[in-house]
Every structure is written in C-alpha cells, then in structure tokens.
Design a binder for this molecule. Structure first.
Ligand code: AMP
Length: 290
C-alpha cells in the first residue's frame, strides 16, 4: 500500500482509509509539519510497529505560528519527506492545502483552558493562541483520519499534555502515544528549527540539553539547586532562557520541590534565529525519563 504520492483532500483521505476501517484494521496517525528528522522517524517506526495502517499528516499549520516566527520561512522539503515516509513504511501521507483544513469562513476552534497559558503559552511568549492552533488542527486531523492511535513526541512536552487532555475531554477514540525525545550525539534535541542555527549557534545550542542534565544531576540537592545548576550552564553559554521552569507533569502547576510527583523541567531559549525548547521529566523516585 506504500505510495509516495500524498493525498490532498479530506475526501481522498476518507476514501483511502475506508477499506482499512471495513476490515477492522487499526489506524495509526502521526501528525507532522514535515522537514522530517530522526525524531519524526521514531514516531513513524512506533506507528508502523503498533498499527496496521500508518497515516502521516504533513501540514505546516498557519494557526500555530505567531508574529515572532515567519510561517513562510519554516523549512519545507515535501519530496524528501515523501521519500523518507515511504522508507519508514508509511501507507498514506495526507498533505492538505491550507484551504482544505481551513475553508473560507472557518470559525470553529478547540481550546484547552489552563494548561495553555503557562510555559510556551504564557501571553508574553507564544501565547495560548499557539496551542489553540495546535488543538484545533489536531482535532480536525483526528476527525478526518479517526485513528486508533495517534503519536506525539515528548520533545514538545506541553503540546503532548494539552492534546492528552483534549482527547480525554472531547472523547476522541484515539489512544495518545508519547515517545521519547530523539537527540543529536551531543544531546541537542532534534528539531526542524535546528536548520536555522549557524555553526557557532549550533555549538551554543547544546547548552539547553546540558542544562537539563545538570538539573537532573542535582535532583538530590532539591529543586531550587537543580534549577540553579541548569541556569548556570545556560549562562555559561551566554543563553538567557525565555523560561526555565519546574512544573508538575500532569497539571503544569508550579512545582516547589521534587516530592514524589513527576516534575517537568522545561526550557525555552532563543539561539540566533531559532527558538528552541527542551525538557526532562524527573520521576517519582528521582529517576528520569527523557
Ligand atoms: P513537528 O513537525 O515539529 O510539528 O513535530 C511533529 C511531531 O514530532 C510532534 O509530535 C513532535 O513532538 C515530534 N518531534 C519533534 N522533534 C522530536 C524529537 N527530537 N524527538 C521526538 N519527537 C519529536
């Protein structure tokens, strides 16, 4: 069924999935904005292993871009993405136009309250409108593909938490699967936006993951000491973070200590033209999950 040609319309997508549904084959959906890297490929591999039919969506979603980042500048290479998707065993690529997702007069949005106005959603940062853009497009993709499983990366930890809540609150049938962050050899979290980094910036960018490692190594010394250790690493690389925060991984409320509940330590920083994010979850026993 592998076919490097994408389908562009909702009707084609539904048609292509009709027989799978009739035969009760399970459908796995991997939403992406393309410019695929090994992080995306890990999601595709998991989908290939866990679902009968693997659908990848490829859509640079205008609704989740703010003024701070140029939508037109976002890296794109559809030909390469289609080849990589075929290699990864993707059965169907859904690459809609913007009009297909947002027809004229589009007026309906999905908003997850509370979880979306902190960290990246803080009004001073990307704002809740970013997550409204994400949840609205993911809700639409879930409606169109109606998958049994939908795959996301821990790299975008807040996004995964918000989507889990949306899926639960609105009763989508899909099970949300979140996979570990895939990193470069030196620890930098893989991201399509890493392509914005000039060589000296690429060297400094590793400080984000090193800062999180420093925080992890200080867990026993307590949360303030762990955050301080991370801040010191960032400062050493001349990076002033947009945020560096510890929040409970389920409700994103501020964590004051490592007290048994999993704590998300998340960082965002601008390095050159790129706005980079990374995180680590410090678990109950002080053990870590990237
Ligand atoms: P994007 O194309 O950046 O919107 O990402 C599509 C999906 O890939 C999202 O679920 C991301 O969380 C996930 N993803 C992006 N980078 C990584 C990474 N380094 N490791 C694991 N998953 C990732």
């Amino acid at each position: 069924m592998s076919d490097p040609r994408p389908v562009r319309t909702a009707a084609e997508l539904r048609g292509a999935l009709a027989s799978a549904r009739q035969e009760a084959r399970t459908i796995g959906l991997v939403p992406t904005m393309g410019f695929l890297h090994p992080g995306h490929l890990s999601l595709l591999a998991a989908a290939r292993a866990q679902a009968d039919v693997v659908v990848m969506s490829l859509f640079v979603n205008p609704a989740q871009f703010g003024d701070a980042e140029d939508l037109a500048a976002y890296p794109r290479d559809e030909g390469r993405d289609l080849a990589l998707a075929a290699e990864a065993g993707v059965d169907l690529v859904f690459a809609p136009t913007s009009d297909e997702i947002y027809p004229a007069g589009f007026a309906t949005h999905v908003e997850v309250e509370g979880l979306t106005d902190v960290l990246c959603g803080d009004p001073e940062r990307r704002g809740a409108a970013h997550f409204r853009g994400v949840t609205t497009v993911v809700a639409k993709l879930l409606n169109l593909a109606d998958p049994d499983l939908v795959f996301f990366g821990q790299k975008d930890a807040q996004q995964a938490i918000v989507i889990r809540r949306m899926v639960r609150d609105l009763g989508f049938q899909a099970e949300v699967v979140v996979l570990p962050t895939v990193r470069e050899a030196d620890g930098l979290a893989m991201s399509s936006r890493n392509s914005y980094l000039e060589p000296p910036e690429r060297e400094r960018a590793v400080a984000l993951s090193q800062a999180l490692e420093a925080a992890e190594s200080k867990v026993a010394a307590g949360l303030p000491a762990a955050i301080e250790a991370a801040r010191t690493v960032l400062a050493g690389a001349g990076i002033e973070p947009e945020y560096l925060e510890a929040r409970y991984a389920d409700d994103l409320l501020p964590a004051q200590s490592f007290n048994g509940r999993p704590v998300l330590v998340a960082v965002a920083a601008r390095v050159g033209r790129a706005r980079l994010i990374d995180n680590v979850v410090v678990g109950a026993a002080g053990d870590k999950h990237h």
